[in-house]
Design a protein around this ligand. Structure first.
Ligand code: PMP
Length: 416
């Protein structure tokens, strides 16, 4: 049939010279296939078919206790938060369709920035579409070529990516090591621009930074200080302002980065600061300018949630109880944990290797418990972790059930 019909010219390729750009992932694909070929449930393909509450969902067809979300303060089902979102959806529509600097600033964006200023008692607040973008934007914009960024080696990916995008000289130091921080700072030229980046809580092991000592050292060397409080906002500190509050350094840090995707219970990111020139960021920070702003329903839920978190001391106390009980229970069962004492709402259970970690993860999910299976490169020192993150809405009874599921799974897999 096609005889006589001329074919369009085929693109010319020089055989043997082209490389499949996906070949760099071959090792990872092989490792993943070898684990899944054992018939194990895929830890990275979990589906929540129905969410029943901040602590329960139907996952892969089973009712499951959630111990691997960042819903620390359980705000996702707060009736006031949900009502605020519904009202904003009705009043403002489903999305802004634009950048904050063009048509994407609605009243709700201004309201949530006011709520953040009140929450932290700071002069300026700037809301981004995610916490990832907040780190990417602030770090890359303030620390450019010729400047130095001194950061903990275990910093979150968004911090590393912000450094790479800004082109500053990146100087990592050993995790939570006060002397290593000072040693690095001592070597940097005195007159250079310097930014020290720390996290309140490090999300893999759930350990807290020695902020008091580190902030004092950074100031001694004239560095500006940015603290990412993603995992401590809402929970740590008398008013939930984070480790900066609990260690008494609120007034000494230049920037606090945070997210709405954890204790606040929605999505978005922010930076608060007292720097008098901070507002210029709105014009020069590319991950703020060149992307659409958050939908009105999202900023409305965030605003209501943040204002309620200011009065969340009872929930904070209950979350501490949960953290202490789970930590003690797991330790008593014989599991190896990421910290000697509970330091946050994250408790990391250290697995001997990825295979046993995956087997343990599967035994837990089959027993009705979801935790995060964390592995390199996200984890420090090549560790495989079962990361448990608690919620203020977990009841004492649920913590007991969680421990019973861990005991059964740990014995079945041979880890305890
Ligand atoms: N910083 C830290 C320390 C984080 O753990 C995360 C997310 N896990 C982020 C920033 C990014 O937050 P978001 O989910 O809002 O992008």
């Amino acid at each position: 049939m096609s005889e006589g019909i001329s074919q369009p010219d085929q693109p010319q390729t020089l055989k043997g010279e082209s490389k499949d750009l996906f070949s760099k992932f071959d090792d990872m694909i092989a490792l993943r296939e070898s684990i899944l070929s054992t018939g194990i449930e895929d830890p990275y393909n979990l589906v929540m078919e129905k969410v029943l509450s901040p602590t329960r969902a139907i996952c892969n067809g089973r009712e499951t206790i959630l111990l691997g979300t960042y819903n620390y303060m359980g705000m996702t089902f707060d009736p006031d938060v949900i009502e605020a979102g519904k009202q904003a959806l009705a009043d403002y529509g489903s999305g802004t369709t634009g950048s904050r600097v063009l048509n994407g600033t609605y009243q709700g964006h201004k309201d949530v920035e006011e709520a953040l200023k009140d929450f932290y008692g700071m002069d300026h607040a700037m809301v981004f579409s995610t916490g990832y973008q907040a780190n990417l934007g602030i770090i890359s914009t303030i620390a450019g070529k010729g400047d130095y960024v001194v950061l903990d080696i275990d910093s979150h990916a968004s911090i590393w990516d912000g450094c790479a995008m800004g082109n500053a000289e990146v100087v990592p130091f050993k995790h939570n090591d006060i002397e290593a921080l000072e040693k690095r700072l001592r070597r940097i030229p005195e007159d250079a621009g310097k930014l020290v980046i720390l996290e309140g809580v490090y999300s893999m092991l759930g350990d807290v930074a020695p902020l008091k000592e580190m902030v004092a050292i950074a100031k001694k060397y004239g560095a500006m200080i940015l603290v990412d409080e993603a995992h401590s906002m809402g929970f740590i500190g008398e008013n939930g302002r984070g480790v900066v509050e609990s260690t008494g350094v609120m007034d000494d840090v230049d920037f606090i980065i945070g997210t709405f995707s954890k204790s606040v219970g929605t999505v978005g990111g922010f930076c608060v600061s007292n720097h008098p020139k901070f507002d210029i960021m709105r014009l020069v920070c590319r991950p703020y300018v060149f992307t659409a702003s958050l939908p009105p329903s999202v900023v409305a839920t965030a605003c209501t949630s943040i204002r309620k978190l200011m009065h969340g001391s009872e929930k904070r106390a209950h979350l501490w109880e949960n953290s202490k009980n789970l930590h003690k229970g797991l330790k008593d069962l014989g599991f190896k944990l990421g910290t000697e004492e509970p330091q946050s709402a994250i408790i990391a259970v250290i697995m001997p290797d990825l295979q046993q970690g995956a087997a343990m993860w599967e035994a837990l999910i089959k027993g009705g418990l979801y935790v995060n299976l964390a592995r390199p490169p996200a984890t420090p020192a090549n560790m495989t972790l079962l990361r448990c993150s608690l919620c203020a809405e977990h009841s004492e009874d649920e913590v007991g059930k969680i421990l019973a599921i861990f005991e059964q799974a740990g014995k079945a897999v041979g880890i305890i």
